[in-house]
Write a protein that binds this ligand. Structure first.
Ligand code: NDP
Ligand code: PMR
Length: 422
């Protein structure tokens, strides 16, 4: 059920939300007020010492992590010229469901395109939707074999999904993906922009095939082009509730405690984005500052949430498509944290489970995103959904920056130029 945030402060999860940007000035961590309307509630006051130790550990880890040379693979501009190939498997074209004995035509199977469906939230959502028997899932993935194994391991029925190659780190690949999806001959009823990379330990930026800093290139610009291209397909779908969903996050919202953990998201005056984020003639960061992998991720999430709203303003009236974003909860076990130091990966899930209480399993998060895809009560457009501790959805409030219409317009226009749409 959808609940309005305005009436449900007490429904907010421990994943804290605040009404006003200025409400976090006097923030402190545990069991104390963080200014008007922003409070971290924890019943673990007796555990204060342990809690403080874990917090200090996490903070130190983060500092250590940012100071540690990343050992992980760097993707150089030249090495990412991966050609997209249509790798469709198990195609089953959804058709209109025959009339029921009562003579009423029931809803045909919907088709949902989900990017990054080879693990974590994307896979859990694909599984949740496929299991209903009401959805065919097109899984847009960069690693076909991984996606295929993941779908099988998740128990997804052959015929309930199609894997199509998509590397969001290449605009060519995005365009080919769109062509390949069209060639499947299925309608496109829902698109979920879910894939993401997070590079908190990277000392230096890495770049997409088109020369954009990787986090913003994949999480925002690749999806921006994909969503713009597939909007035409959504518009022409005859499905009763067509939706475009762009996954956001609490950490991009500075009206929350999580969003105030440094480095904070801040797009500044967009000078880096305006110059192409190439790290050569311009900074690799949207605000034009020094490269910081964690900030680049959070900035990309702000772009995701702004883009959803700009889509809503420009196209909801004309197309009837519902545009939405969400924070599914802290899914602390996913591959998103693969580049973080091992100790962080060990401590982060219990920290989120027992201290912030913001933790959700991949399965639960998948059900939440599946709700945004298909629940008849979540048809409102322009909304950023969150869930309270009873797993009830509510319309959440975005930070000042993540809901700034002027910034959304500028991000849109600059992104259009970068991906070759303007
Ligand atoms: P995962 O790392 O498990 O999933 C990310 C997916 O994105 C993977 O399938 C990955 O593919 C794919 N991907 C990465 N780079 C590319 C690329 N260049 N082209 C195509 N696909 C790519 O992380 P999560 O499931 O946690 O993240 C999913 C979404 O949820 C993200 O948008 C994230 O920002 C958001 N989110 C996550 C939260 C969390 O606590 N985990 C909280 C709030 C939001 P591959 O399998 O090949 O690596
Ligand atoms: Mg957080 C209610 C408190 C809360 C919530 C819901 C999250 C979610 N985090 C919270 C609080 C804190 N975090 C506090 C108090 C700290 C300091 C100890 C803290 C630290 C922290 C780190 C170092 N948190 C992190 C990191 C990461 O590297 C993660 C990140 O920022 O990824 C971008 C992260 C996250 N915390 C969350 C969520 C959902 C994330 C990761 C995923 C994301 O936003 O997509």
């Amino acid at each position: 059920m959808a609940l309005q945030a305005a009436t449900t402060t007490s429904f907010l999860p421990s994943a804290l939300s605040a009404r006003k940007e200025g409400a976090v000035k006097d923030s402190a961590f545990l069991g104390v007020r963080l200014g008007d309307g922003l409070k971290l509630e924890t019943s673990a006051l007796g555990l204060r010492t342990k809690v403080v130790t874990v917090v200090i550990l996490l903070i130190s880890l983060d500092i250590v992590a940012t100071k540690t040379e990343t050992l992980l693979q760097r993707v150089s501009t030249s090495s990412v010229a991966i050609r997209a190939q249509a790798s469709a498997a198990a195609v089953s074209s959804p058709t209109a469901t025959p009339a029921s004995p009562s003579g009423k035509q029931t809803l045909r199977k919907g088709t949902a395109v989900i990017t990054g469906a080879s693990s974590g939230l994307g896979l859990a959502t694909a599984k949740a939707l496929a299991e209903t028997g009401k959805w065919h899932v097109v899984m847009g993935c960069r690693d076909f074999l991984k996606a295929s194994r993941a779908a099988k391991a998740a128990g997804m029925e052959k015929g309930s999904y199609t894997i199509v190659h998509l590397d969001l780190a290449s605009l060519d690949s995005v365009r080919q993906f769109v062509g390949n999806v069209r060639r499947l001959g299925m309608p496109v009823d829902v698109v979920v922009c879910n894939a993401a990379v997070y590079q908190p330990t990277a000392k230096q930026p890495s770049f997409t095939a088109d020369g954009f800093e990787m986090s913003v290139g994949v999480n925002h610009l690749g999806h921006f082009l994909l969503a713009r291209e597939l909007l035409a397909d959504l518009t022409s779908s005859d499905y009763p509730s067509k939706r475009l969903i762009i996954v956001g996050s609490i950490t991009g919202n500075t009206n929350t405690l999580a969003g105030n953990v440094p480095p904070k998201a801040n797009l500044g005056d967009l000078r880096g984005l305006a110059s192409g984020l190439d790290g050569v003639s311009s900074s690799a960061m949207i605000d034009g500052g020094e490269f910081d992998g964690a900030k680049a991720y959070k900035d990309s999430k702000v772009c995701n949430m702004l883009t959803m709203q700009e889509f809503h303003r420009r196209y909801h009236g004309e197309t009837g498509v519902t545009f939405a974003s969400l924070y599914p909860g802290c899914i602390a076990t996913t591959g998103l944290f693969r580049e973080h130091v091992p100790l962080f990966r060990l401590l982060f899930p219990p920290f989120q489970k027992y201290i912030t209480k913001g933790y959700v399993s991949e399965e639960e998060a998948g059900k939440r995103l599946a709700q945004v895809v298909s629940d008849p009560s979540l048809t409102k457009s322009g909304v950023y959904w969150s869930w309270n501790n009873n797993s009830a959805s509510f319309e959440n409030q975005l930070s000042e920056e993540a809901s700034d219409p002027e910034k959304a317009k500028k991000v849109w226009e600059l992104s259009e130029k970068l991906v070759g749409l303007a």
